[in-house]
Design a protein around this ligand. Structure first.
Ligand code: SAM
Length: 209
């Protein structure tokens, strides 16, 4: 799977993509991430953004540098184009699963300021995706969320110990040693059922939690 990220701030991805499971997936060539910075497709002294038609306080990313950046990506039937937007369809695990199964290339277009000129999404019939009902300053964090979640669905990305939580009984309440933790004079114990070795009961407890 190749993720093609269109962003004017590609450096924001550096540390996240180097670490842990995603870092390992890149090293093992399970996933590839390529960056396309619209600023690099501006003429000298030309700005990547401009004032919005109709007025308003913020700037809008101009369409031409984004279109030039996108023209560097070879499109095929198995390419999905996604524009990150707070007004898009809500991102879910089931969407991530579908996309991971169906496509080999995913283009993630990250906006900034007031967003990207709407004609880019129209030309490419890009699907708009939101990671939640809040507005962030840019599409880079949402792009990382999608990369992380979609990559988890690709065979071989997760190791044996990190197998898909979505497909086994897991709980958000997890414990490790010590069995009894003392903090500010109070003791906190691991629930007995987890120490019992009775896997049927442990499964029931996890479901309930
Ligand atoms: N008015 C713009 C709109 O409705 O699309 C929002 C602009 S926002 C300040 C700047 C950029 O951050 C957006 O273009 C988008 O790429 C990204 N963004 C902000 N919140 C997001 C969210 N919840 N989900 C996905 N992308 C988001």
């Amino acid at each position: 799977m190749t993720f093609h990220v269109v962003s004017i701030f590609p450096e924001t991805f550096d540390s996240y993509l180097k670490e842990s499971i995603i870092g390992r997936a890149i090293k093992n060539r399970k996933i590839k991430i390529k960056f396309y910075n619209p600023i690099n497709y501006c003429a000298p002294k030309e700005r990547v953004d401009d004032r919005p038609y109709g007025g308003g306080p913020g700037m809008v990313i101009r369409p031409e540098p984004v279109l030039k950046a996108l023209s560097k990506i070879k499109l095929n039937k198995r390419t999905k184009i996604i524009l990150l937007s707070p007004s898009g369809q809500k991102f879910t695990t089931s969407y991530a699963k579908q996309v991971a199964k169906k496509y080999t290339d995913i283009i993630l277009i990250s906006g900034r300021y007031e967003g990207i000129d709407a004609r880019v999404a129209k030309i490419f019939k890009a699907g708009k995706i939101s990671i939640g009902d809040y507005v962030l300053t840019g599409g880079e964090l949402p792009a990382m969320v999608l990369i992380d979640c979609i990559a988890r669905q690709i065979p071989g990305v997760l190791g044996k110990y990190e197998s898909l939580e979505e497909e086994r009984i897991s709980s958000s309440e997890v414990y490790t040693r010590p069995e009894k933790l003392v903090y500010k004079g109070k003791s906190y114990k691991v629930p007995k059922v987890l120490l019992s070795g009775n896997h049927a009961n442990i499964g029931k407890w996890k479901l309930a939690n």
